[in-house]
Design a binder for this molecule. Structure first.
Ligand code: CA
Length: 221
């Protein structure tokens, strides 16, 4: 879990860095708003912890800029401003949570654990391999930015292959995922689904291992 900590109070930042690292988080620390925006543009962290009182920019403007880059990235705002109006405008701009300074580190950790669970469930709903994204919740498949239309069974075949990327799926195991026991299945059914899928997917996305089955290779990072 990668955290970006944006905080210009060095003593507070040092204390947080120590604790976060001890808890097993990977943490990058920046003190300026513009640097934080640049960093998030380059590589999306899993969580941003953002102080509102920064030397170069108002934290609210940083938050606005972050939301333009990503609508989903969880942002935990640290603030000494405790007035209700600040909280409301911050939530309008898309902060996910607040901690008013001074706060207990244990409280921060508890909030981060909630964020972490949310982040991993977000990632869980979308399988991404190379140019192909399969969303199990919306039942949507995209190649780059294009949504492609699949039949229910084509979707199930692709899902089985992507969930088991790097592992061969035999024709029998795919059939057993698609059809109930005793259902009449033509011997070339899986081949037909694969043939249709290939027309809609990038070349070579599904590979054939002759006489064995099919495989989708996980993209090496
Ligand atoms: Ca500050």
């Amino acid at each position: 879990m990668q955290i970006l900590l944006v905080e210009d109070d060095i003593d507070l930042a040092d204390a947080l860095l120590q604790t976060l690292k001890r808890e097993g988080f990977a943490v990058n620390h920046l003190t300026r708003g513009q640097h934080a925006i640049d960093a998030v543009e380059t590589e999306l962290p899993d969580i941003v912890i953002l102080d509102l009182g920064l030397p170069d920019m108002d934290g609210m403007d940083v938050l606005k800029a972050l939301r333009k880059i990503s609508a989903d990235i969880p942002v935990l705002v640290l603030t000494a401003r405790t007035s209700v109006e600040d909280k409301v405008s911050g939530l309008d701009l898309g902060a996910d949570d607040y901690l008013a300074k001074p706060f207990e580190v244990a409280e921060l950790m508890a909030r981060l654990r909630v964020f972490g669970r949310r982040a991993s469930s977000l990632k869980h709903s979308g399988l991404v391999i190379g140019e192909v994204t399969l969303d199990d919740v919306s039942h949507q498949v995209q190649v780059l930015d294009d949504v492609i239309v699949l039949s229910r069974r084509e979707f199930m075949v692709l899902k089985a292959l992507m969930e088991n990327a790097g592992r061969v799926q035999t024709r029998d195991s795919l059939e057993s995922k698609l059809y109930s026991w005793g259902e009449e299945v033509a011997s070339n059914t899986i081949e037909v689904h694969i043939h249709h899928l290939r027309k809609k997917l990038p070349t070579n996305f599904i590979k054939t291992l002759r006489g064995i089955g099919y495989i989708v290779k996980p993209e090496s990072k």
